[in-house]
Design a protein around this ligand. Structure first.
Ligand code: MSP
Length: 651
C-alpha cells in the first residue's frame, strides 16, 4: 500500500516553535508506523516562502528576500534533522520545480474554465494573507483570525470559481465521513460551506514576491495568492506539472494541519483538486494549539517554547512522547515542565524503565542473562493473550490519530508485566526451587517489553531500538511480522545490560536554579567518611580508634557506573547511576565534575558507601557516596585494583 503523509509547510518569517514540532512529530510517527508495517511511504515537509508577509519580514532585517528565506528555511530543515524526522522531501516554495508546477496547475484551472479576471476590493489581512468580508471583521476592522488591523485593498485579480464547488464539496463531506478529523471540526467546516462560498481572489498585483502567472496568460504584473501557491506544494513535491514521477503517491493518506488552517485545507484545497481532476486526500487531521503554562505563546510575551531547548534538556524522544501522550488529538494542550517531568517519571521511568531494569537484573541473577521463552506459554498464556488483545486495538487508534489513546492502551502491557512480577515473585520461586517458573516469568516480561517496544517504535524510535537491542532483536518489518502479526515469542537470547534509559528528574531543568542551591552545591560524596549508624555503640574511643565491628557498620561496596551525566546549572556535580548488585541501580550525586568528565566514568568501577541515609542535593536524591582521596594535586576516586562483580563488599 502507498502512504503519503504531509505536514503544513512552515512560514519562514520566524523560527520553529513547539507547535511546529508537534505537527511534525505526529507526521513522522504516522510515517514510521506505516513503514514498519511494510507500506511504501513518503513523508513531506518544507517551508512556505512567498507573500507580502515574508517580503516585509526580510525588508525589516535589511536582507534580500531570498537570502532571508534561505536562512530561516535552513533552520527548519536543520531542526528536523536534529530531531531525526524521517522526511523523504523537504520542499521550498521557492524551488523552481514547485513554481513551474504551480503555473501548470493554474493553467489547468484556466483551461477548466475555473479562473476569470475581475476587480477585488476588500479587507485584507497581511499577516494571514487573506481577504475577509466586512461581516467577518472584529473590533471595527480587525482580522477575525489574528485580530490584527486589516487594510482595504482594491486591485485587479484573477478569481477561482469556488462557488461552483460548494455542492460537490458538501456531497464529498457527506460521503466521506472521516475526511476531516476530529469529527467536531468536520461539522464546523460543513456549516461554513453551507453558509455559502464566494469565488476566491487568487492573484495579487500589490507585491511581486510570489509565483508569476503562466506565460500563456501573458500577465506579468500578477503573482499567485500565497495560499494557492502553498497548497499546491503537496502535489508539486510529487512532480505535478513536471515529470510526475511520484504522482502515484497521490492521493495523500493523511494531511496534518493546525486547527487555524483547516479551512484552507478542507475547503480551498479540495476545490482546487476537483478543478485539477485529481482525487482528494483521504484525511485531513486538524490538531489543537499549544499554550505555555496556560498562556498563549507569543514573541512579545517572550514565552515561546523553543523545541531545541526542550529537547536539549529532556531528550527529543521524551518530549515527543509527552506531546503525543498528553493531549487528545484536536484539543488544545498546555506545555509545562512539570507536566513533562511527571510523564517522564511516571510513564517512562517507573513503568517502562523499571520493567526493563528488573528484567535485566533478574536475568542476571537467575540465568546469567539468558532469556528463554520455552515455558512462557505454559505459565503465562493469559498474559500473552491479554497483551495481544491490547495490541490488536492499537492500529485503529493510530488511524484515527488518537495517539494519546494509542499510548494509554499500549501502557497497559507494562501493567500486565509489573503485575505478573508481583504475583509470581520469581525471587520466591527461585528459593522454592521452581526455577522453570521463575525463568518463565522473566521471559514473559522480556517478551512483553519486546512487543510493546515494536508498537512504541514509531513514537520513540531510538529509545525502542536500544530496548530491542538489549532484548536481542531489531525492530524491522520482519520482527513486526513475527512478534506482532504472528504473535510469536522471542528466540533464546542473552539480554544486554543497558544504562537506565529514563533517569528520574526532580526539578525543572529549563528554569533558573534558585541561587541558594547553586552556591550550596558541595557534595559530601568524595572523602573517606564513616557514617556512624548508632551513636552510642559507635562512639570513637578517646584514643581516636574504632573497633572492627564499628568499622563494619559501614557498608562499602564495589559499584559499576552504568550512566553518568552533568547536573545542569552545577559546575561541581555529576549524577551517576551505579550498579551495586541490587535490583535497581543507585542514583549518586557526586561532587567530582571538576576532576572527571561524565563520559570517562561510564563502565568504570568505584567504591560506594552503600548504607548512607539518602540525601537530596540540588533537589535530586543521592543514594550513596563515592570514596575518593584529595590532595593538592586534586581529587581521585578510589577504585578496585582489578574489576570485581558489582555489589562485592569491601573490607
Ligand atoms: N504556511 C502556512 C501553512 C501552509 S500549508 C500549505 C502556515 N504556516 S505557519 O508556520 O504559520 O503554521 C504552521 C503550522 O503551525 C500550522 O498548522 C499551525 O496551526 C501550527 N501552529 C502555529 N502555532 C501553534 C501552536 N501554538 N500550537 C500548535 N500548532 C501551532 O500556516
Amino acid at each position: 500500500m502507498k502512504n503519503y503523509i504531509t505536514t503544513p509547510i512552515y512560514y519562514v518569517n520566524g523560527e520553529a516553535h513547539i507547535g511546529h514540532a508537534y505537527t511534525t512529530f505526529i507526521a513522522d510517527t504516522l510515517a514510521r508506523s506505516a513503514r514498519l508495517v511494510g507500506d511504501e511511504t513518503y513523508l513531506l515537509t518544507g517551508t512556505d516562502e512567498h507573500g507580502q508577509k515574508i517580503e516585509e519580514a526580510a525588508a525589516k532585517q535589511g536582507k534580500p528576500t531570498l537570502q532571508f528565506a534561505d536562512e530561516i528555511s535552513a533552520t527548519f530543515k536543520n531542526l528536523w534533522d536534529e530531531f531525526d524526522i524521517s522526511y523523504d522531501q523537504f520542499i521550498r516554495t521557492t524551488d523552481e520545480k514547485h513554481k513551474s508546477g504551480v503555473q501548470a496547475a493554474f493553467a489547468k484551472m484556466v483551461e477548466k474554465g475555473d479562473i476569470y479576471k475581475d476587480f477585488y476590493e476588500g479587507n485584507y489581512c497581511v499577516s494571514c494573507e487573506t481577504f475577509f468580508p466586512e461581516s467577518q471583521l472584529v473590533d471595527g476592522g480587525g482580522c477575525p483570525d489574528c485580530g490584527r488591523a486589516t487594510t482595504i485593498v482594491k486591485e485587479e485579480s484573477y478569481f477561482f470559481r469556488l462557488s461552483k464547488y460548494e455542492q460537490p464539496l458538501l456531497q464529498y463531506y457527506e460521503e466521506h465521513t472521516d475526511f476531516i478529523l476530529p469529527k467536531s471540526r468536520r461539522n464546523e467546516v460543513i456549516s461554513f460551506v453551507r453558509g455559502g462560498l464566494h469565488d476566491l481572489s487568487v492573484t495579487r498585483t500589490s507585491f511581486s514576491w510570489g509565483v508569476h502567472m503562466p506565460d500563456s496568460l501573458n500577465d506579468p504584473k500578477h503573482v499567485m495568492y500565497v495560499w494557492l501557491d502553498a497548497l499546491m506544494n503537496y502535489i508539486t513535491a510529487l512532480g505535478y506539472g513536471n515529470d510526475g514521477k511520484l504522482m502515484d503517491f497521490w492521493p495523500a493518506s493523511t494531511q496534518l494541519v493546525g486547527k487555524d488552517i483547516l479551512r484552507f485545507h478542507a475547503i480551498y484545497w479540495p476545490a482546487f483538486l476537483m478543478s485539477l481532476d485529481l482525487p482528494l486526500p483521504k484525511r485531513i487531521g486538524a490538531h489543537g494549539w499549544w499554550t505555555r503554562d496556560g498562556e498563549k505563546m507569543s514573541k512579545s510575551k517572550g514565552n515561546v517554547v523553543d523545541p531545541r531547548e526542550v529537547a536539549k534538556h529532556y531528550g527529543v524522544e521524551n518530549f515527543r512522547y509527552f506531546m503525543m501522550r498528553e493531549v487528545p488529538f484536536g484539543q488544545d494542550g498546555d506545555f509545562s515542565q512539570r507536566a513533562l517531568i511527571d510523564r517522564m517519571n511516571s510513564d517512562l521511568s517507573n513503568d517502562l524503565g523499571n520493567l526493563l531494569n528488573r528484567t535485566i537484573g533478574m536475568s542476571e541473577k537467575y540465568s546469567d542473562f539468558c532469556i528463554d521463552s520455552v515455558d512462557v506459554l505454559k505459565y503465562h498464556s493469559k498474559e500473552i493473550n491479554d497483551a495481544h488483545a491490547i495490541i490488536s486495538t492499537l492500529p485503529a487508534f493510530m488511524y484515527d490519530l488518537q495517539l494519546h489513546r494509542y499510548l494509554e492502551e499500549l501502557w497497559k502491557i507494562f501493567s500486565i508485566g509489573n503485575k505478573a512480577i508481583e504475583e509470581h515473585a520469581p525471587w520466591i520461586k527461585i528459593k522454592e526451587g521452581k526455577t522453570d517458573e521463575a525463568l518463565a516469568t522473566v521471559a514473559l516480561i522480556a517478551n512483553l517489553l519486546a512487543k510493546a517496544s515494536v508498537m512504541l517504535h514509531s513514537i520513540m524510535p531510538k529509545t525502542t531500538a536500544i530496548v530491542a537491542d538489549a532484548l536481542g532483536f531489531e525492530i524491522t518489518t520482519a520482527s513486526y511480522n513475527t512478534l506482532i502479526i504472528a504473535n510469536n515469542l522471542l528466540e533464546t537470547f542473552d539480554i544486554k545490560k543497558v544504562p537506565p534509559l529514563f533517569p528520574r528528574i526532580d526539578e525543572p531543568l529549563m528554569d533558573e536554579a534558585p541561587k541558594a542551591m547553586l552556591e550550596n552545591e558541595t557534595a559530601p560524596a568524595v572523602s573517606v567518611v564513616v557514617e556512624m549508624i548508632d551513636k552510642k555503640e559507635t562512639t570513637v574511643g578517646e584514643d581516636g580508634l574504632i573497633t572492627i565491628d564499628q568499622f563494619f557498620q559501614t557498608s562499602l561496596k564495589i559499584g559499576t557506573v552504568l550512566a553518568a551525566m552533568e547536573v545542569p546549572k552545577s559546575t561541581k556535580l555529576l549524577k551517576l547511576h551505579v550498579d551495586v548488585g541490587e535490583e535497581y541501580p543507585r542514583q549518586i550525586i557526586a561532587g567530582i565534575r571538576e576532576y572527571y568528565s561524565a563520559a570517562s566514568l561510564v563502565g568504570t568501577q568505584v567504591c560506594v558507601v552503600a548504607n548512607l541515609k539518602p540525601a537530596k542535593l540540588m533537589g535530586m536524591l543521592s543514594e550513596g557516596m563515592l570514596l575518593a582521596a584529595k590532595d593538592i594535586d586534586g581529587l581521585c576516586l578510589i577504585r578496585p585494583e582489578k574489576s570485581r562483580i558489582a555489589g562485592s563488599s569491601i573490607g
